[in-house]
Design a protein around this ligand. Structure first.
Ligand code: HEC
Length: 162
């Protein structure tokens, strides 16, 4: 299902050694789009005017959720990149809640539900899965957990997983 019907592997790519499940490209996710639209023009203008270099931009994006919601645009200043984020790895995804760039989704099954809905919506072809198939997809993602990583409290800082 992951690489077939639901085509998750289009972005969460399965490379030869199946290590990362990412294409290292930027895609829209629909997360945060509603709050963004209200202030979008002033905000994108402010980002372009400030034109921060990489050393200033990193700290700014980590502390300002309005800026980070702009996604790749904060770096590229290309309008098409507004709200586009790099495909995250799915390694250890079952033990790295909360989900999405802003942590707005609490559980893995809700994150999978969002992805099934949004990816089908953006392709114009809904992904129709039964409850059992959704559960199988979650079970597959849970199988990507490294027991040593899961059991090590210090490794679980969320920072190393992307
Ligand atoms: C068009 C590219 C694309 C496709 C297809 C896609 N994803 Fe994603 N996925 C992303 C991106 C980009 C994000 C990060 C979005 C964000 O942070 O706002 C993401 C986030 C996730 C997350 C949350 C990961 C985390 O650590 O926060 C899960 C789980 C996930 N996807 C599962 C799936 C599943 C299951 C499918 C198939 C139904 C799928 N994705 C299809 C691009 C894609």
């Amino acid at each position: 299902m992951f690489s077939g019907v639901a085509q998750c592997s289009e972005c969460h790519r399965i490379d030869a050694d199946a290590t990362r499940f990412s294409d290292d490209s930027y895609h829209h996710s629909g997360i945060g789009a509603a709050t963004q639209s209200k202030t979008l023009s002033q905000l994108s203008q402010a980002v372009m005017t400030a034109n921060l270099d990489a050393s200033q931009l990193g700290p700014k994006l980590l502390t300002d959720s309005a800026w980070s919601a702009l996604g790749r645009f904060a770096v590229s200043h290309q309008p098409a990149d507004i709200g586009a984020f790099r495909t995250p790895s799915l390694r250890n995804v079952a033990v790295t809640a909360p989900y999405m760039h802003d942590g707005s989704i609490a559980t893995l099954s809700e994150a999978v539900d969002h992805e099934i809905y949004y990816r089908g919506f953006s392709r114009g072809r809904p992904i129709n899965l039964s409850i059992a198939e959704r559960q199988a997809l979650c079970a597959f993602l849970t199988s990507l957990t490294d027991a040593e990583y899961r059991d090590s409290a210090t490794a679980y800082d969320g920072a190393n997983r992307r």
